[in-house]
Design a protein around this ligand. Structure first.
Ligand code: ZN
Length: 226
C-alpha cells in the first residue's frame, strides 16, 4: 500500500490536501469527500481519522485506489460555516454543464481524472430522520435508480443492528439533488454515489464513530479492505 499527499486547487485560495492511496493489487476506485460544508465537523474528523489509520498502517487498502479529500472547503471550515455559496449546489448538473465555483470545478476535475466507481460524500444535518420525515440527520442517500442502493440498505441495517435507541437509527433516502457532488458523480461519472449524514445533536464521538463505520462498511463492499 502506498499513500501520497497532493494539493487540490493548488496555489489558489481554495488549496486543500488530498490523498491517493494505492492498494497492492488491482481493484475498484473510491473517492471520499468531507467538508463540502465547513461546519459538518464529524465528517471532517472521520475523513482525517481514516487518513491517519492508513498512514499508521492500522487499516490497509488491499485492492484498488482510494482518493480522500478530508476538508473540501477549508475557508468555510475555518469559519465553521456551511459555505457561501453552498458548494453542494455548484457541481455540474448535466453533460456540457460546468461547475459554478472554482472549488467544485477542481473537485469534479479530480473525480473525472480518477473515474471512481464509488463516490462517498460525508455530511451532517439537523434532526433525526426517524422522528421527522423531512430531517436528513442519520440518513444514507442515493439517487433513485442508483446502483448504490443495495449497498446503502446493507449499511443502514448493519449500523442499525448495534443502535439501541430507535431515534438514532439510520434511514435510506432516495432523492435527486442537482448541483451536488453526489448527483454529478451519479449522473456524469456513473459512480455508485452516496451521501452519508449524521445528526448534529448527537455527541461528537458518536457521530465520528458512525461515519467511520459507514466508510469501513462501504470499503468492504467495494472489496478494497480485508
Ligand atoms: Zn452538508
Amino acid at each position: 500500500m502506498n499513500i501520497k499527499k497532493h494539493l487540490l486547487a493548488k496555489a489558489t485560495r481554495f488549496e486543500t490536501p488530498f490523498y491517493v492511496v494505492s492498494g497492492s493489487s488491482k481493484g475498484q476506485t473510491m473517492m471520499i469527500t468531507a467538508g463540502v460544508h465547513g461546519k459538518e465537523i464529524a465528517s471532517i474528523r472521520a475523513a482525517n481519522k481514516l487518513v491517519r489509520l492508513l498512514k499508521e498502517n492500522r487499516l490497509q487498502i488491499k485492492r484498488g485506489t482510494l482518493v480522500i479529500v478530508p476538508i473540501v472547503n477549508r475557508q468555510a471550515y475555518k469559519r465553521r460555516i456551511r459555505g457561501i455559496p453552498d458548494l453542494n449546489r455548484t457541481f455540474p448538473r448535466k453533460w456540457k454543464d460546468s461547475a459554478r465555483h472554482p472549488l467544485s470545478a477542481s473537485l469534479f476535475q479530480l473525480a473525472k481524472q480518477f473515474q471512481p466507481s464509488w463516490y462517498v460524500d460525508l455530511h451532517e444535518a439537523n434532526g433525526l430522520s426517524q422522528l421527522n420525515p423531512k430531517a436528513l440527520g442519520q440518513t444514507l442517500i442515493a439517487n433513485p435508480n442508483s446502483t448504490a442502493i443495495p449497498t446503502i440498505k446493507r449499511v443502514a441495517s448493519h449500523l442499525n443492528q448495534s443502535i439501541v435507541q430507535k431515534s438514532r437509527k439510520f434511514k435510506v433516502r432516495l432523492r435527486k439533488l442537482p448541483g451536488s457532488g453526489r448527483h454529478a458523480a451519479y449522473r456524469l461519472l456513473k459512480a455508485k454515489a452516496v451521501t452519508a449524514e449524521t445528526c448534529w445533536s448527537l455527541p461528537m464521538v458518536t457521530r465520528v464513530k458512525f461515519q467511520m463505520k459507514i466508510l469501513e462498511f462501504i470499503l468492504a463492499e467495494a472489496n478494497m479492505i480485508k
